[in-house]
Each structure stands twice: as C-alpha cells, then as structure tokens.
Design a protein around this ligand. Structure first.
Ligand code: PRP
Ligand code: MN
Ligand code: MG
Length: 175
C-alpha cells in the first residue's frame, strides 16, 4: 500500500512554537539551572532545537529512552524503560521533561513515575504535540506546543517503523 504524506505542521510553525516554549521556560527558570531530560528517540530533534533557543542556563542535559510502539502504528500499551538516568543526578534538581508527543499518555506517565522516584525538587513536562483524543491516562502538560487531531504523524523526530524521523516538518500519514 502506498503511503501519502500530508503536510500538517510546517517548519516555520514548528520554529515559532519552539521559540514560544523557550520563552516560557526562560520566564519560569531564571536562576534555577534546571536539568532538561529528553525522551529518546522521538524528542531528540525538538530537544536540540528547544535548548538552543533557551537563554536561561541549564545545568545538565540527560536522555532516557522509552519505547512502546514497536513496529506498529498503535500503542501496545506496554512501556519499557530501555535506558535510564545515572543514579542521583536529578536529586533535588528542577527537572524539565521533554517529549515530542503525548498520545495515550502511557509513555509520559511512566517517565514521570520513574523520575519522581528519584526525588527531583520539581518536575515539569514540556511537550511539542498533544493528541488529547487518544488519552488513556491523564497527563498534565505544563508547556504545550500544539494540539493535533487524531492522525498518525511523522517527522521532526517522530517515526513510523523508525522511518521519517529526519523530515524537517510534521506530516500526517494516509494510506
Ligand atoms: C512515541 C512518542 C512518545 C510516545 C507517545 O514514542 O515519541 O514518546 O510514543 O505515545 P503515548 O502517549 O501513547 O505513550 P515511541 O514509543 O514510538 O518511541 P520512539 O520515541 O523511540 O519513537
Ligand atoms: Mn518517544
Ligand atoms: Mg516511535
């Protein structure tokens, strides 16, 4: 079956959104030296763009890796921690968790549960995209980019079967 890529969010809209989120974080994290944690793999491009737009200094960038979707387009519901943090690194720190998309919420709520066990002094979530129509568990997004409809999307770090992450804009996939 041929897949069609339908443009959903342009490069310039992404850039403006990243800029806005960086300003919101700058406003709230002045003199706090937060740790920014990206969730691999999907958030790597958003994370890189976001931190380069932040003016407030950050004390550390960490990466964790979760995976739930495997090789299908719908979530299996099982979230695995494939790579965690070095012990103690977020203890008593202000943490900003960075996700590309909150869909069912299962990945993010799992990440939050794991990070909270390491006693950060605060933990906030910054997500580029939110697909609220598919939510299975409640997740509070403190810094939200764009709400999107229930379409399967790719690009700007987000994959389908590990492909399309390199696309600079975001597309909906149609059969
Ligand atoms: C995708 C996406 C989010 C998560 C959102 O990651 O990057 O992390 O799914 O879905 P959820 O809210 O339903 O849990 P995926 O598990 O595909 O791994 P990847 O980031 O390595 O592509
Ligand atoms: Mn992901
Ligand atoms: Mg994926």
């Amino acid at each position: 079956m041929n897949k069609k890529l339908v443009p959903l969010i342009s490069q310039s809209e992404i850039a403006a959104t990243v800029q806005r989120l960086a300003r919101e974080l700058d406003r709230d994290y002045q003199n706090r030296f937060p740790i920014v944690i990206g969730v691999l793999k999907g958030s790597f491009i958003f994370l890189a763009d976001l931190i380069r737009q932040m003016q407030t200094p950050i004390c550390n960038v960490e990466l964790i890796r979760l995976s739930s979707y495997g090789c299908s387009t719908t979530s299996s519901g099982e979230v695995k921690m494939l790579m965690g943090l070095t012990e103690g690194v977020i203890n008593n720190k202000d943490v900003i968790l960075v996700e590309d998309i909150v869909d069912t919420g299962l990945s993010t709520s799992k990440a939050i549960e794991i990070l909270k066990a390491d006693n950060p002094s605060s933990l906030k979530l910054c997500a580029l995209l939110d697909k609220p129509s598919r939510r299975k568990v409640q997740v509070e997004i403190d810094y939200l980019g764009i709400e999107i409809p229930d379409r399967f999307i790719v690009g700007y770090g987000i994959d389908m079967d590990e492909k399309y992450r390199q696309l600079p804009a975001i597309y909906a996939i149609e059969e």
